[in-house]
Design a protein around this ligand. Structure first.
Ligand code: MG
Length: 278
């Protein structure tokens, strides 16, 4: 069983929750930097970033991404910066525009899937285009797995020379109409990913009330990373709103310790995921 330190990834904002749902949700770049800094102090070593317009609607504005990136680099030394290229409510043609700012990582969904109210559409042409932009800018992809077929789509990108054979892979469970949060299903996905991409590192994300249980299952299987943050879940328990991203990171750190491991430092996280030093 794995005993190396665990990368705690914090997804600070996402594209769905609003301040009306949880007032601590950071939506402006200054708020996002402050929330990331608190999460970093609590043990997070990777930040997953979506940006918003002033009215909180999802944005693809490269300047907003760059502002958050610069603030995180200044206040959270070495923390891994990951831009989202996914998310609801964004023009597909604009989803890769911020990659010119060369974050350490970017998320890459390798296929389409049903979401609660929309089809989350990732045409093969778009996936290939985003992978090419990441390759051109030396950005490491985090492959978002919303369905088993997405594992094989990732393998095709490796075979096409569009990414290295050791991507970081995230299984996303508990999105309504997509994959359920189920421990046996995680075992199946992990076995398939290990067979198809034996050098990949991996993590899993549980959405909403499944955040803690998916984290526990992943840690029990020796995951390289765990994911938390207000993007996926705005609550602690059933009846209380989280006090911010840092509180969710503290809960993740407790889970990591319960499994006999410890949160990775930023430089350890970079080594674990095969990234350049900051
Ligand atoms: Mg996201």
């Amino acid at each position: 069983m794995s005993s190396h330190p665990v990368v705690i990834a914090v997804a600070i904002t996402g594209s769905v929750p609003r301040k009306a749902d949880n007032p601590t949700l950071p939506t402006l770049p200054a708020e996002q930097i402050e929330s990331t800094h608190a999460a970093f102090e609590a043990g997070a070593s990777l930040v997953h970033i979506h940006v918003r317009n002033d009215d909180e609607s999802p944005s693809s504005d490269p300047e907003r991404f760059a502002a958050v990136q610069a603030g995180v680099q200044k206040h959270c030394p070495g923390m891994i910066v990951q831009f989202s290229t996914g998310g609801r409510g964004r023009d597909p043609a604009a989803r890769g525009l911020a990659l010119v700012h060369r974050p350490d990582m970017a998320s890459l969904s390798t296929g389409s899937v049903n979401f609660p109210t929309i089809v989350y559409e990732n045409h093969t042409r778009l996936v290939t285009d985003l992978a090419q932009r990441m390759k051109d800018n030396a950005i490491a992809p985090e492959i978002e797995i919303f369905d088993l077929s997405h594992i094989h789509a990732a393998r095709r990108l490796i075979d096409a020379g569009l990414m290295s054979d050791r991507p970081h892979v995230q299984f996303v469970m508990g999105v309504q109409n997509a994959m359920p949060a189920d421990e046996h299903l995680l075992d199946i996905l992990l076995a398939e990913a290990r067979s198809v991409m034996p050098n990949a590192t991996w993590t899993a994300a549980g959405i909403g009330r499944y955040q803690d249980s998916v984290m526990d299952w992943a840690l029990a299987c020796g995951a390289d990373a765990v994911r938390t943050g207000l993007e996926d879940n705005i609550r602690v328990g059933k009846n209380r709103l989280a006090n911010g991203n840092a509180e969710l990171v503290s809960i993740a750190a407790d889970a990591v310790h319960r499994h006999g491991r410890r949160p990775a430092t930023a430089s350890e996280a970079r080594a674990l995921l095969g990234l350049r030093a900051a």
